[in-house]
Design a protein around this ligand. Structure first.
Ligand code: SAM
Length: 350
């Protein structure tokens, strides 16, 4: 086998260790199609401005790229920190025993979210582990622990989201029956296994895309897809795990809401006008790099509009179409329905 073939096998093996989620808009299912096009570009560094589940960044890390991530959600950021920026630190068995067995007085989750998502015992477990995470003295260990705890909550939760209370949509999946504690322990193992060094210095940022002061050979933009027909609010879906990641610090819970969510972060991608402006300013600020954008056929700007915007800053613009059927999110009721066939576009501006 040639050196190149061996390298590809290594990448595939490492990529299989990515701890995936059903995160809305995740490119998990189409990453290989995206790579089919991106692979033709010569680049050493990769900037993932809207990292989300981190699947694209992790894929690029397995392909030896120097990856920089960004997202405005802490829940995404801790995953970046744990397996993109971090290349050597693991959470040891002793650390896990410390997290599980050190008593804590914290009761924020137990009181605020009583009878909403998890049992009293599970809420107490979350209070205790989250409090103890802050006592760890290493930022990467903390990140692995937070990423494992939040992913445990998402896996245990029907549909992985927090837009409804109680156990509606409980489909009896094994993940729903498994205890939260066991989920956490299993997740630590998965995250530990996903840590690796690709020989570059990768980094993770937490913040607004518009304020990110980073660059790379290839800049990837995968913002929330705006459509007047559906909401693209990540905070509304994932507020509980986002709050847990941040210990609700600086967040004001909207007490009148049934789900006890906090006020969503402002994103320009939640309104039509500001979506256009945001594309302009993001593309402008990265115009010296090759830019790749993911967007879909049922969103605004349209394919033609986004192509025109990109052409204002780039001479050479290609648009590729990737067939993709939603299997989750606001479209899930339409599974099997042909009208649910949307095209994923990949715009590349060189
Ligand atoms: C379509 S998802 C990205 C999916 C990701 N590529 C993946 O494969 O999982 C969009 C992401 O953008 C983030 N986001 C939304 N508005 C943002 C903003 N203004 N600045 C930074 N991140 C933002 C959301 O938190 C979400 O994680």
């Amino acid at each position: 086998m040639s050196k190149d073939q061996l390298e590809i096998l290594d990448c595939v093996g490492q990529f299989q260790l990515f701890p995936g989620t059903r995160f809305m808009g995740s490119k998990n299912k189409i990453i290989h199609s995206l790579w089919g096009y991106l692979n033709e570009i010569e680049f050493d560094s990769f900037l993932d401005v809207f990292a989300g589940s981190n699947v694209v960044s992790y894929f690029m890390k397995t392909h030896g790229k120097k990856v920089v991530t960004n997202d405005f959600m802490s829940v995404s950021h801790y995953t970046s920190k744990a397996i993109i920026e971090n290349s050597t630190t693991l959470l040891s068995e002793t650390d896990v025993l410390f997290l599980l067995n050190t008593p804590s007085e914290d009761s924020f989750v137990s009181t605020t979210f009583k009878d909403l998502y998890f049992t009293d015992e599970e809420n107490q477990f979350l209070d205790q582990v989250r409090a103890n995470i802050d006592l760890l003295d290493d930022e990467f260990k903390k990140a692995i622990a937070i990423a494992s705890l939040t992913r445990a909550c998402m896996k245990k939760r029907p549909r992985g989201i927090f837009t409804f209370i109680g156990q509606r949509y409980d489909d009896g999946r094994k993940d729903i029956r498994k205890s939260l504690k066991q989920h956490f322990i299993d997740n630590v193992e998965e995250f530990n296994n996903a840590v690796f060094d690709n020989g570059t210095r990768c980094a993770a940022h937490l913040g607004m895309a518009q304020q990110l002061n980073e660059t790379a050979d290839l800049v990837y933009l995968d913002p929330p897809y705006y459509s007047p027909k559906s909401d693209n609010d990540y905070v509304r879906r994932y507020h509980f795990v986002e709050g847990l990641a941040r210990k609700w610090e600086g967040l004001e819970i909207q007490e009148h809401t049934i789900t006890k969510k906090f006020k969503s972060y402002q994103s320009p991608f939640s309104k039509r006008e500001s979506t256009f402006d945001a594309f302009h300013s993001l593309i402008e600020s990265h115009k010296n790099s090759i830019i790749a954008i993911s967007y879909s056929s049922n969103s605004i700007p349209t394919k033609e509009e986004l192509t025109d915007i990109l052409k204002e800053y780039k001479n050479d613009v290609e648009v590729h179409e990737i067939d993709h059927t939603y299997s989750f999110g606001t479209q899930s009721h339409k599974i099997g329905n042909k009208s649910n066939r949307v095209k994923e576009y990949l715009f590349i501006g060189k």
